[in-house]
Design a protein around this ligand. Structure first.
Ligand SMILES: Cc1cc2nc3c(=O)[nH]c(=O)nc-3n(C[C@H](O)[C@H](O)[C@H](O)COP(=O)(O)OP(=O)(O)OC[C@H]3O[C@@H](n4cnc5c(N)ncnc54)[C@H](O)[C@@H]3O)c2cc1C
Length: 236
């Protein structure tokens, strides 16, 4: 019975109120919404968001909740280019006090809590679930010394949350490699795949093509499919 109650709660639609929004970098914005006590998620999950202040086409889009549940706000960080979709233009119109509608959070993109070494690979905006996961591990007391590697690829070297990530290396057994080419990323993957083999857990997030290419590359390095979790951001 409680399973069904939890299941239904997951798909409940609710309005969330904007607290603030700001520019993270040239084409990335963060929107921070109030978290009421009923909303909860597992770090790494995403919600389905829709615009409520006007009618638009394709009004429902998935976005990772980039904050940890313990941070007490719902953070969305999204890439908004100079010629954005109607949805993102509507996001830019939001002022504090206005709302969007949120369903979920849903999804299985989170590490198992087995303490196995964790290799996280982010492509560009794919850093959002890892921010949430790492913040949560920090707040839970440092991940119990679990070895964690973040390989963060951004061809423009515009690394989001860099200060926060660097700070997290002081509180977790975390190493962050900031990379700007696929070749460098492959080299780092080779090293970690050789070190942890199938004892490690591998999480990849980013644009769909990058995630698929990298998952195939890892499998060619004998990393089993069941040890790879993927969060493919379609739409880029
Ligand atoms: C599980 C999951 C989690 C995700 N998490 C995030 C996240 O944390 N952050 C994030 O930024 N994204 C995330 N995404 C991707 C997100 O849902 C959108 O698909 C993505 O941001 C693209 O947004 P958009 O369609 O509004 O288009 P835009 O980003 O505005 O544009 C995408 C492309 O389409 C073009 N385009 C836009 N509108 C039109 C139009 N009307 N006609 C023709 N071309 C057009 C643009 O020029 C651009 O090239 C996630 C996706 C999934 C599946």
């Amino acid at each position: 019975m409680s399973f069904f109650r939890d299941f239904l709660k997951m798909f409940k639609k609710r309005e969330v109120v904007l607290v603030e929004s700001y520019k993270e970098s040239e084409d990335v914005y963060t929107f921070r919404f109030k978290k009421d006590s009923e909303v909860n998620w597992i770090a790494g999950q995403h919600g389905l968001f829709s615009i409520t202040h006007k009618k638009i086409k394709n009004a429902l889009k998935p976005f990772t909740v980039a904050s940890a549940p313990t941070e007490n706000s719902i953070q969305l960080t999204m890439r908004i280019s100079q010629n954005p979709s109607e949805f993102k233009r509507a996001m830019l119109e939001l002022k504090p006090g206005m709302t969007v509608s949120m369903t979920g959070p849903v999804g299985t993109f989170h590490p198992s809590d087995t303490g196995r070494p964790l290799v996280m690979i982010a492509g560009g905006i794919g850093i959002t679930p890892f921010r949430s996961i790492l913040k949560q591990l920090e707040m839970e007391g440092g991940g119990g010394g679990r070895a964690i590697h973040l390989l963060y690829l951004d061809s423009k070297k515009s690394y989001l949350f860099k200060d926060e990530l660097d700070d997290l290396t002081q509180h977790l057994s975390l190493q962050v490699a900031y990379l700007d080419t696929r070749d460098d990323l492959h080299q780092e993957v080779d090293k970690l795949a050789a070190k942890y083999k199938n004892d490690g857990q591998y999480l990849i997030a980013g644009p769909k093509s990058m995630v698929s290419e990298l998952a195939a590359y890892m499998q060619s390095k004998k990393i089993s499919k069941r040890n790879i979790r993927k969060d493919a951001f379609f739409g880029y």
